[in-house]
Design a protein around this ligand. Structure first.
Ligand code: PEP
Ligand code: MG
Length: 580
């Protein structure tokens, strides 16, 4: 029995087995029963076969293109796939430590990485990037079968307690909190956000446990006390019994299933929740979670590693048409390719890679390569004949870009002939500060706005999230971010065009109240977050939310805003709790 003490941020007792989530590497580690070992090893081999096939396809395509010499890089990656030190080692870890395959791949990769980074030969040292790439591909293909933390957790027997290095809202929102009894994070007291999250989810939680996610072995029994901040590792059977008696915490309902019907706040404000989609396979979640449409389809994901030029108009048309038909009569918003120049003709785009570079990207890149943009617009115009479609341009920085793009779209629509001009709604993503500040100038040229907070935060705060030295400063609650959102919302209202928000902020149950208070009523988010966000909205009074936002906007720092939200949430939880 071992006791770790952190800061209790959401009261209540939780009892369960440890599930470890390491978000830095996006890998979840959990124990598997002996009878699942063969299945896990099989999954590992299937992921290797799929990866090999993908790499062969890429290599063959590249060998025929202008940069044919790059094909050898992928041939080298294929060889790595068969290296005993990667797959062989991962298999050994699965068998000996009885953990899931994705985690075993991660561990094997770390061993190899260390080996490569010690090498003198610069050529060999550079190969560490290829190893990272191969391991990432394997993990992605393994994930494809398991589909994220929610499904992974559903494979675990019995109640669990989540131990994470940090817990982002979008992951938290996708977990089934009827199965996860509580959570604890390594991240420290500074992260008030985790506290807000825990309270809005109504689960016992501790923060500031430093290295608990490294020290605790997956599957270990735990007792978590969110009031005292104490986490007992491997408690005695008596301690478990006692904790179970005390664990009569009023649990939130399961958040798995979607309900039908319009979503309204307690004072009757209608809120629309749509889904962000990257892959057609994700559409199956639309009905399950009750999405009212697709608010963001990130079209660049259809390339899945292929060069942009190689995707034909017909191929795009078939894909968009299928998307529209599957979602109809609900609307689909397709965003034109959001790539940067590195990704146009090279195999650089992987779903797990985030773009961080400004420069020639998004709509700018499309306008600089008009033939490619025109091809996409033609495919979209043709597809729009099959259901309600909205087209959205990414990374807009000013009015000229939108006007040029719209003119191209009008020309394609006229040439097609079967679509009346104006039949397709055209919107701008507001994700660069210049677009936010000039939203009133942009509004007359578009039919709708969609606020992309992921980039808006990054560019307004000058913080590259992948740079460890500053990633701490990435603050969704920074006063400047909230003000930019308000500016955009007001410009949209003045020009009577709809505005939605589709960044990660939308899937954060702790922030929904604030966003509704800022006047937003349309959100698009990762599908799994819809049930929990719906629940929060339905318990919310828009009038109270407006008061909350009004006060938050007068505060000077993100930390003050977080603290204020936390206190407000705690106060409303007390008001709601029965007066026993
Ligand atoms: C955003 O920037 O908030 C957004 C939704 O776009 P992406 O995450 O695809 O950059
Ligand atoms: Mg963006």
């Amino acid at each position: 029995m071992d006791r770790l003490t952190g800061i209790g941020v959401s009261s209540g007792i939780a009892v369960g087995r440890a599930v470890i989530l390491t978000q830095r590497t996006e890998v979840m580690r959990f124990p598997i029963p002996p009878d699942r070992i063969e299945r896990e090893v099989q999954a590992l081999h299937s992921a290797r076969d799929l990866s090999r096939q993908q790499l062969r396809d890429i290599s063959a395509r590249i060998a025929q293109g202008p940069a044919s010499e790059l094909a050898a890089l992928f041939d080298a990656q294929i060889l790595m796939l068969d290296d005993e030190m990667l797959i062989g080692q991962a298999e050994k870890i699965v068998r000996e430590e009885r953990v899931n395959a994705a985690w075993a791949v991660h561990r094997a990769y770390e061993g190899l990485f260390e080996l490569f980074s010690k090498m003198e030969d610069p050529y060999l040292r550079e190969r560490e990037n290829d190893v990272a790439d191969v391991a990432g591909r394997l993990r992605m293909n393994l994930r494809h079968g398991a589909r994220g933390p929610k499904e992974l957790l559903s494979q675990i027997d019995g109640p669990s307690i989540l131990i994470a290095d940090e817990l982002t809202a979008s992951v938290a929102a996708q977990l089934d909190w009827s199965r996860v009894q509580g959570f604890a994070t390594d991240a420290g007291s500074r992260t008030y956000h985790t506290a807000i999250l825990a309270r809005s989810l109504k689960v016992p939680a501790i923060v500031g446990l430093h290295d608990a996610s490294l020290r605790i072995v997956a599957g270990t029994p735990l007792v978590l006390d969110g009031t005292t901040g104490e986490l007992v590792v491997s408690p005695s059977p008596e301690a478990i019994d006692e904790a179970q008696r005390r664990a009569a915490w009023p649990r939130r309902k399961g958040t798995g299933a979607g309900e039908a019907g319009p979503i309204v706040t307690t004072d009757g404000v209608r809120v629309r929740l749509e889904a962000n989609i990257e892959l057609l396979e994700d559409l199956e979640y639309l009905n399950e979670y009750g999405a009212e449409g697709v608010g963001l389809y990130r079209s660049e994901f259809m390339l899945s590693g292929r060069a942009l030029e190689s995707v034909t108009e017909d191929e795009q048309y078939a894909m968009y048409r299928s998307l529209i038909e599957q979602v109809a009569p609900r609307p689909v918003t397709i965003r034109t390719f959001d790539l940067d120049e590195r990704q146009v003709s090279r195999d650089q785009l992987r779903p797990e890679r985030r773009r961080t570079r400004p420069g020639l990207r998004g709509l700018r890149l499309g306008l600089a390569n008009p033939d490619l943009l025109r091809t996409q617009l033609r495919a979209l115009v043709r597809a729009s004949a099959h259901g309600p479609l909205r087209i959205m341009f990414p990374f807009v920085t000013g009015v000229e870009e939108v006007r040029q793009a719209r003119a191209m779209l009008t020309a394609e629509a006229s040439a097609f002939g079967r679509i009346a001009p104006g039949q397709i709604q055209v919107g701008a993503m507001i994700e660069v500060p210049s677009a936010a500040l000039a939203a009133d100038l942009l509004a007359p040229d578009v039919d709708f706005f969609t606020i992309g907070t992921n980039d808006l935060i990054q560019y307004s705060l000058a913080v590259d999230r992948t740079d460890d030295r500053v990633s701490d400063l990435y603050e969704p609650l920074h006063p400047a971010v909230l003000r930019l959102i308000r500016v955009v919302r007001r410009a949209a209202a003045r020009h009577r065009i709809p505005v939605s928000l589709c960044g990660e902020m939308a899937s954060d149950p702790a922030l929904v109240g604030l966003l509704v208070g800022l006047g937003l009523t349309e959100f698009s988010m990762t599908p799994g977050a819809i049930p929990i966000v719906r629940q929060v909205v339905q318990e919310l009074s828009a009038q109270d939310a407006r008061r909350l936002a009004g006060h938050a906007l007068r505060l000077a720092t993100a930390a003050e805003i977080e603290e204020y939200l936390f206190d407000a949430l705690a106060a409303s939880a007390i008001q709601r709790s029965p007066s026993s």
